[in-house]
Design a protein around this ligand. Structure first.
Ligand SMILES: Nc1ncnc2c1ncn2[C@@H]1O[C@H](COP(=O)(O)OP(=O)(O)OP(=O)(O)O)[C@@H](O)[C@H]1O
Length: 614
């Protein structure tokens, strides 16, 4: 019951339905107990004594009892479903809210399919138990107690004889519970693994098809399906072993009742009417006990489901507001960012950043260059406070970002991530996401700045075109431009472009950058890029390697030094000089000639002596 105690906040506000459901079920059950007595009256007082004139009035009483019972059963059903649905409603909202605030660290490991199964199947199981299962268990207790008391009132010796097999029935039912609970947990886990597989399959369908991995995926799913099936069969096996045993023990009571009761009638210790009443009442006791397996099953299933919901609800939020967190006033934020000796490692990993220092003055442009996995995105994640810095500190206008409220910190920033995510909504809504009270003119202006307006206007519905899930139907470059427009529209103090133009061709990138020069004014901008052309205007360029700064300076300064920057520069120009001649690229011509004269390869760095390393 601990699980349901912890879920109390979700059903307790609806306790009026809980009480209504319990009370109406109690009345319906009590009315049900009137039947055996009416039977006894019919046999002993009417049939035996031949008082047939009483039959119509007895019939009327039966009709009255049946009608009242039906009314209370309706009230029970009504309040139970209200209770279940309202509880599910509160739980669903709480879970969704929790999912919004869980930290990046949680999502690094979370599986979408598993979360979906918690939010649907598990929630449904909890709803059913709180709505119906719980009251049914109370009903079992009530029927057992009332039925036993009435039996004892008729004949206590007969009652005790009848009850002989009951402890065995209860013992078997409890053993059954011990076996069935882990079995149901396994079913739920395999169900969630199957859901994950389906979800990943749908999301990654293009990759699967392009690698012709359909047979592998079918086999992978078949394995999980098999696992689910085996768990179900194991559960049915437990069920099949215990259920007939429980049925046998239950029916044993009836046999004992009929044998002992029949003897007592013959010896005139009880009347025939009393025996018939006892026979009817015994089902009031056996019925619930016999069904105890079902209720236990229902309870254990929902307990397992409740545990999984609580796991999400109680999951530790790694990044949250400190007490008295500072709420920034947007008008007063300047955008001066400082990293001081920041060393950071992801959980159970080697450090992704070592002793990182950076002083990004308000309005400055910082370029970040480095090979894959060198720590560029990590730096941005830390600035966003996706993870908490444990060694060193990051400050915004002199205030440690751990002391700033998360919402107001993130409100000052706009990030265009490496992987563009678009919602399945209109292009207009996608651009306006994150900004309130935005006009169409502002949306169009942002789209024009990133050279997206023309292609949007060519779409059948223009800005009202609905893009598919994650932006399907648009090219990579088009998606990136919409994402950049979304960031610009936010008018942030800090703009972060994490390889934001990687899918855009050089010419468009250059045009977008011209637009940027205008919007970057007065904002601190971080640009992560693999192309030198994206970084060359930065006030400071930092070259990272394995989480360490290996070079820093302006484009001009770095061009004077032997090192990673110059090497990258040479390689890139060698590749691109033939294709596009961009303003500012004139200096590259000698390198291009050098390449044509004998350099080889396209990817890699040249070593210090100018030799090329593949
Ligand atoms: N969420 C994460 N959990 C664990 N390790 C991570 C996570 N994100 C990145 N890493 C690791 O941290 C290191 C730095 O990664 P990061 O994403 O910062 O590199 P990057 O320079 O942005 O690379 P790229 O240019 O390929 O995007 C890598 O070794 C990477 O494997």
């Amino acid at each position: 019951m601990e699980v349901f105690r912890q879920l109390k906040q979700f059903y307790w506000p609806e306790r009026k339905y809980l009480f209504a459901s319990v009370v109406s079920l109690m009345i319906a059950t009590a009315l049900g107990l009137v039947y055996p007595n009416l039977l006894r009256y019919l046999i002993d007082e009417i049939i035996t004594k031949e008082q047939f004139a009483l039959v119509p009035s007895l019939a009327l009483v039966v009709v009255g009892v049946v009608s009242c019972k039906a009314l209370f059963q309706f009230l029970h059903g009504f309040s139970s479903s209200r209770l279940g649905n309202k509880t599910a409603y509160h739980l669903r909202n709480a879970l969704y809210e929790k999912l919004q605030y869980l930290s990046f660290q949680y999502y690094d490991k979370a599986r979408t399919g598993d979360l979906m199964s918690r939010l649907t199947a598990d929630l449904q199981a909890v709803r059913d138990f709180i709505g119906f299962g719980f009251v049914q268990i109370l009903n079992v207790l009530m029927m057992f107690t009332f039925g036993t008391v009435m039996l004892l009132m008729i004949n206590w010796q007969l009652t005790l004889m009848t009850m002989i097999s009951m402890p065995f029935l209860v013992f078997t039912a409890i053993r059954f519970e011990g076996k069935i609970h882990p079995a149901f947990r396994s079913i739920r886990q395999s169900m969630s693994s199957m859901t994950t597989s389906v979800q990943e399959n749908i999301t990654g369908v293009r990759t699967i098809k392009s690698f012709a991995r359909e047979p592998y995926e079918i086999e992978k799913f078949a394995d999980r399906n098999e696992d689910y099936q085996v768990n179900n069969v194991t559960t049915s096996g437990i069920w099949a072993r215990y259920f007939p045993l429980m049925e046998l023990l239950a029916n044993l009571s009836v046999v004992i009742l009929l044998a002992t009761g029949g003897y007592l009638v013959i010896t005139k210790s009880i009347t025939l009417g009393e025996l018939v009443a006892c026979f009817s009442l015994i089902w009031y006791i056996i019925g619930p006990l016999w069904q105890i397996g079902f209720h236990i099953n229902n309870y254990t299933q929902s307990k397992a489901a409740g545990e999984r919901l609580l796991e999400v609800l109680h999951h530790y939020v790694h990044v949250k507001n400190n007490e008295n967190a500072i709420v920034l006033e947007p008008d007063r934020v300047k955008g001066h960012v400082r990293f001081e000796s920041v060393t950071f490692a992801y959980p159970e990993q080697q450090p992704a950043l070592h002793q990182f220092d950076l002083d990004a003055k308000a309005g400055s442009v910082i370029g970040l260059l480095g090979g894959t996995g060198s720590g560029k995105s990590t730096l941005i994640q830390l600035l966003l406070r996706a993870y908490n810095v444990k060694e060193g500190s990051i400050t915004l206008d002199g205030v440690d970002i751990r002391d700033i409220s998360l919402e107001s910190l993130r409100e000052q920033m706009a990030i265009v991530f490496q992987e563009t995510f678009l919602f399945s909504s209109t292009i207009r809504n996608n651009i306006a996401y994150g900004v309130q009270d935005v006009t169409m003119e502002q949306i169009v202006q942002a789209a024009k700045l990133v050279k997206a307006h023309d292609f949007i206007m060519e779409l059948p519905m223009g800005y009202d075109t609905i893009v598919g899930e994650r932006g399907l139907g648009l090219s990579g470059g088009q998606k990136q431009r919409i994402a950049i427009a979304r960031a610009l529209l936010k008018n942030p103090k800090i703009l972060i472009l994490d390889d934001a133009t990687s899918a855009v061709d050089m010419e468009t990138e250059h045009e977008i950058q011209l637009g940027f020069q205008e919007v970057m004014k007065d904002r601190t901008t971080f640009i992560i890029a693999h192309r030198i052309s994206s970084l060359r205007h930065a006030d400071e360029i930092i070259v990272l390697d394995h989480g360490r700064i290996v070079q820093r300076g302006t484009h001009e300064q770095l061009m004077q030094q032997e090192g990673r920057y110059l090497e990258t520069y040479k390689i890139q120009f060698a590749d691109q000089a033939d294709a596009v001649q961009l303003p500012g690229m004139e200096a590259l011509v000698p390198f291009a000639r050098e390449r044509q004269a004998g350099w080889h390869g396209a990817a890699g760095y040249s070593d210090r002596g100018g030799r090329y390393i593949q």
